[in-house]
Design a protein around this ligand. Structure first.
Ligand code: SF4
Length: 329
């Protein structure tokens, strides 16, 4: 027997405090002509204060849309997101404006997300100006604190984004996201546009800021090696649906779902004496306009069975805190 939305959330929270954020049966469909593109199709999970939940999957699996719907940059088609117990989709514009101080987004592309005509000081102070939090000397002081917090110098404040490297621009984006002292940040593929050598620096910065400021992250990415490094728990998505959820170590060492196993087989092992068999998935992610019947992963699954074409696998707790949607379990 599978679990209802409330049972899933109750089980996930059985050993922990009240969640900071609860995602309940969240769906986001886009109209494409007369058809519907099901980008997010039934997400249920919690995020606790101070933790990082990694959201992984290939391009087109709906993870970025999920991140943006969770912070209400997109209106949902169905479902709820409770932040500190309140459904954010029912907030008035004034309540949303207050909420925006607590919920921020770090963008994927630091090149595109910074206005090229604004100085770094203007970029970082923009949220302070929009929300009218501080002015004048206090504003300048806050901006100086923020750039130093992310490892930049106050000498950089009068420069423009094009004068910086990709890693430095992402630091500027992080400083801007921190300006209002948020509690929760969606990091939307924050390192995928950066050189590999810079990726670890940015992830380490996010980790140390989390410790220092008690931040909570939803870390959206397709690279499981970095997600494993920063996340407490990992949720694997495919075609808008949840495939597997567990703490990072369990998910990476004992993956249950064939899709998770395939994603992990592509992660390089640092020890050259160890070998891992690479699982090559056939074809691309199918169109979310016309997803496969039964298990949405079945057209690419090396372990697919007859039942997989006709019956949607239920979301079951296989071991404590380890959930999977697959007929093998
Ligand atoms: Fe593969 Fe079937 Fe499991 Fe889907 S339900 S992942 S097709 S074995």
């Amino acid at each position: 027997m599978g679990l209802t939305t409330n049972q899933i959330l109750q089980n996930q929270s059985s050993t922990k405090d009240t969640p900071l954020l609860q995602v309940k049966d969240l769906r986001k469909y886009f109209s494409v002509g007369k058809q519907q593109l099901k980008a997010v199709d039934g997400l249920n999970f919690d995020i606790y204060k101070g933790e990082t939940v990694g959201l992984v999957g290939e391009s087109g699996c709906g993870k970025s849309t999920a991140g943006r719907t969770i912070i209400r940059l997109y209106e949902p088609t169905e479902g709820e997101v409770l932040f500190e117990g309140k459904n954010i989709y029912k907030h008035t514009p004034r309540e949303m404006s207050e909420l925006r101080k607590n919920i921020q987004l770090i963008f994927q592309d630091p090149y595109a997300s910074l206005n090229p005509r604004m100085t770094i000081e203007e970029v970082v102070s923009e949220p302070l100006v929009i929300h009218g939090v501080v002015k004048g000397v206090a504003k300048r002081k806050r901006v100086e604190e923020l750039v130093e917090l992310v490892g930049l110098s106050t000498d950089h404040l009068n420069r423009f984004p094009h004068e910086f490297s990709g890693g430095q621009r992402q630091r500027v984006g992080i400083a801007r996201a921190l300006a209002l002292n948020p509690k929760f940040i969606v990091c939307d593929e924050p390192i995928s546009a950066l050189d590999v050598s810079i990726q670890a620096q940015v992830v380490n910065l996010l980790k140390s800021l989390q410790k220092e400021m008690g931040l909570t992250y939803l870390f959206v990415a397709h690279d499981l090696s970095m997600v494993k490094y920063i996340s407490n728990r990992i949720l694997v998505m495919y075609l808008g649906k949840m495939m597997e959820l567990a703490d990072s170590e369990t998910l990476c060492n004992q993956p249950l779902h064939p899709y998770t196993q395939a994603l992990l087989s592509a992660v390089p092992i640092p020890d050259p004496t160890l070998k891992r068999e690479r699982i090559i998935l056939k074809g691309d992610v199918p169109s979310p306009i016309n997803p496969p019947s039964g298990c949405v992963f079945r057209t690419r699954c090396p372990k697919a069975m007859d039942i997989c074409a006709s019956v949607v696998p239920e979301w079951v707790e296989q071991k404590s805190g380890h959930f999977v949607a697959c007929h093998l379990y």
